[in-house]
Design a protein around this ligand. Structure first.
Ligand SMILES: *[C@@H]1O[C@H](CO)[C@@H](O)[C@H](O)[C@H]1NC(C)=O
Ligand SMILES: *[C@@H]1O[C@H](CO)[C@@H](O)[C@H](O)[C@H]1NC(C)=O
Ligand SMILES: *[C@@H]1O[C@H](CO)[C@@H](O)[C@H](O)[C@H]1NC(C)=O
Length: 319
């Protein structure tokens, strides 16, 4: 196994800082605080020629388990095509980008995250699928077009990561975690790891113990068909609105069953936009209406997409 190539992490800081300020200040002036740096970061080779997945690993800072049994969490963001660094810098990483525009323009606006997952666990962010975030694809044709390939790349990247570490790290319990479209890549990668393990020598097995998926898109037909019922059950819409939404849902489900993916995706987005308008909620991510942080998050996602999101042409079908 070729040794992973280590790349300097400040590259990310420069891009993120440019994204936040809306213009690119002189790179040399930007400071990424030392305490916010990952334990390790770089590129993990995968079988596709000249291809590798970008990662950042943060070791547990305040574990409540002995080092040998402190879990390792792998974080996979959704999209498909969202960098896992969205999860890192907006949700679960040790330092979060803040909207505080009064901080000095020469520092990246980061603040410590009291809920960082790497307080208790080792935390590995992977930019997947190939073509996402810093996992630049060597060519458009190298970008995966199905979940099987995405899963093979995740497994290969994990093997590259673990092969470069002492065996104690491989022995720790590992969990695949993530959100949204990770609802497809996480079960697929988990199933592949379970199928691959018995064929591997003991020292090359991956100690997968579980998966955790937040707001996962696992099954578009089942999920799209229940939005209206959920909103009605929560008292967010009335009976007439429910019937209107259900008609839209039937249309989206029919498009999905017909494998008209782009139209199905647009139809689903249309239902969510309609529901947001009908419920009056500032964000469907918070039914209690506390939307300030959600607003900032989604505005930032749009900005972020413009800068580093790559078109990962993964199917959004039911497979
Ligand atoms: C991989 O990189 C080498 C060296 O740059 C190049 O010669 C080769 O054509 C590349 N292969 C692919 C499949 O991109
Ligand atoms: C924003 O940053 C400045 C400078 O570090 C600090 O004085 C101020 O308290 C911060 N404001 C908020 C709302 O965090
Ligand atoms: C996934 O894509 C790869 C590469 O294009 C292809 O070789 C493979 O047959 C595909 N697998 C499925 C299940 O469609």
């Amino acid at each position: 196994m070729a040794a992973p190539l280590w790349f300097p992490f400040p590259l990310l800081a420069i891009v993120l800082a440019a994204a936040v300020s809306g213009s690119a200040p002189p790179a040399a002036a930007l400071v990424f605080p030392k305490e916010a740096l990952p334990t390790k970061s770089g590129y993990l080779p995968i079988p596709s020629p000249n291809a590798s997945l970008y990662f950042a690993f943060y070791e547990a800072t305040h574990p409540v388990t002995p080092p040998a049994s402190t879990p390792l969490l792998v974080w996979l963001d959704g999209g498909p095509g969202y960098s896992s660094f969205l999860g890192n810098f907006f949700q679960i990483g040790p330092y979060l980008l803040s909207s505080n525009t009064t901080t000095s323009p020469s520092t990246v606006p980061l603040s410590p995250n009291p809920f960082a997952w790497n307080r208790r666990f080792g935390l590995l962010f992977l930019d997947s699928p190939l073509g996402t975030g810093y996992s630049a694809a060597p060519s458009v044709s190298a970008i995966p077009t199905n979940q099987s390939t995405v899963a093979e790349h995740i497994l290969a990247a994990l093997q590259s990561f673990l092969a470069a570490e002492p065996p104690e790290l491989r022995a720790r319990p590992l969990f695949l975690t993530g959100e949204s479209y990770g609802g497809k890549s996480i079960p697929t990668a988990g199933a592949l790891i379970l199928a691959a393990n018995p064929r591997l020598p003991v020292g090359r097995r991956i100690n997968l113990r579980g998966v955790a998926i937040g707001d996962g898109l696992v099954h578009p037909v089942a999920q799209v068909a229940t939005h209206a019922e959920v909103a009605y059950g929560m008292g967010l819409i009335g009976g007439a609105q429910r019937r209107e939404a259900e008609a839209m849902q039937r249309e989206a489900v029919a498009l999905t069953r017909a494998a008209r993916w782009r139209e199905a995706s647009d139809a689903r987005a249309g239902i969510l936009a309609w529901l947001q308008s009908a419920t009056g909620l500032p964000s469907l991510y918070d039914a209690e209406g506390a939307a300030a942080s959600a607003f900032f998050f989604f505005n930032f996602i749009q900005l972020f997409n413009n800068i580093i999101k790559k078109p990962a042409q993964t199917n959004i079908g039911t497979r």
